[in-house]
Write a protein that binds this ligand. Structure first.
Ligand SMILES: N[C@@H](CCC(=O)N[C@@H](CS)C(=O)NCC(=O)O)C(=O)O
Length: 249
């Protein structure tokens, strides 16, 4: 290999993003994928690598103590970038935001990134973490079938109280001047898990701005082509699970 070619390869490797997440479900890895896809960034994804599962398990192995730059992550997703490994979904998004141009420039808006992060954290609370806890309300490591009665109670509260609360919040955000018609809101997983409930809430007309934004995000050029590509995985037994008994009748 010529010196120039090997230099280029090194530069590319240094700049490349590597997403490390469980193959087989979109999961929390999807929040990272959507940011990378929207920005048209080059990245590798363990979801599509033959030894992807091994990469994940060795990263979170209890034998892994990290290295001189990085503490070991507890759980995926993680992002490898150059010599750094960053974990925790919102933390990864905060790292990527300025690099991918997805947050306001700090010289123009010094708190913009923190506002985006507040919205991200709130969306992850109500539209990702809570839906997960609906099917695993007692023990993360136990089967759903062993906590079904509690899951039904939690699902009722989520459908009737929590999900409407978060949708109403984002409707308010989108009605406010600060959102400037904001463009980044995505409620796809919740629609998969609770299709009847989401249809009912949509039909109520109370969250029209939220659902309009959902359609708009799905239609963005890069997001649309990602969703149509084979990089997009199906929902199944990850965070977003569809158990008909946990949805509206
Ligand atoms: N707060 C973390 C949660 C990470 C997490 O729970 N990851 C899941 C997959 S989506 C996992 O593999 N957890 C294993 C565990 O918690 O033992 C984040 O947002 O990244």
């Amino acid at each position: 290999m010529s010196t120039r070619a090997s230099k280029r390869q090194k530069t590319e490797e240094k700049d490349a993003y590597h997403l490390i997440y469980w193959p087989g479900v979109p999961g929390r890895g999807e929040h990272i994928r959507l940011a990378l896809e929207e920005a048209g960034a080059e990245y590798t994804d363990t979801a599509h690598q033959e030894d992807g599962m091994k990469t994940v398990t060795s990263l979170i192995s209890d034998q892994n103590t990290g290295d001189s730059h990085n503490p070991p992550p507890l759980a995926p997703p993680a992002l490898k970038h150059g010599e750094y490994i960053i974990s925790q979904t919102p933390n990864i998004l905060m790292y990527l935001g300025p690099q991918l141009g997805l947050v306001p420039d700090v010289s123009e808006d010094p708190v913009g990134i923190y506002h985006v992060n507040s919205l991200t954290l709130t969306a992850l609370d109500g539209l990702s973490n809570e839906p997960h806890d609906v099917h695993h309300p007692i023990a993360v490591g136990e089967y759903y079938e062993n906590q079904k009665d509690e899951a039904k109670k939690k699902a009722k509260d989520y459908r009737e109280s929590r999900l409407p609360k978060f949708l109403a919040y984002f409707e308010r955000v989108l009605s406010g001047d600060a959102s400037k018609g904001g463009e980044y809101l995505y409620v796809n997983g919740v629609s998969f898990a609770f299709p009847k409930c989401v249809e009912k809430l949509k039909g109520s007309g109370k969250y029209d701005k939220v659902f309009k934004h959902y359609e708009m995000v799905k239609g963005r050029e890069n997001i649309k082509s990602y969703l149509e590509s084979d990089r997009r995985q199906e929902y199944s037994m990850g965070i977003y699970r569809h158990y008909p008994e946990l949805d509206d009748e």
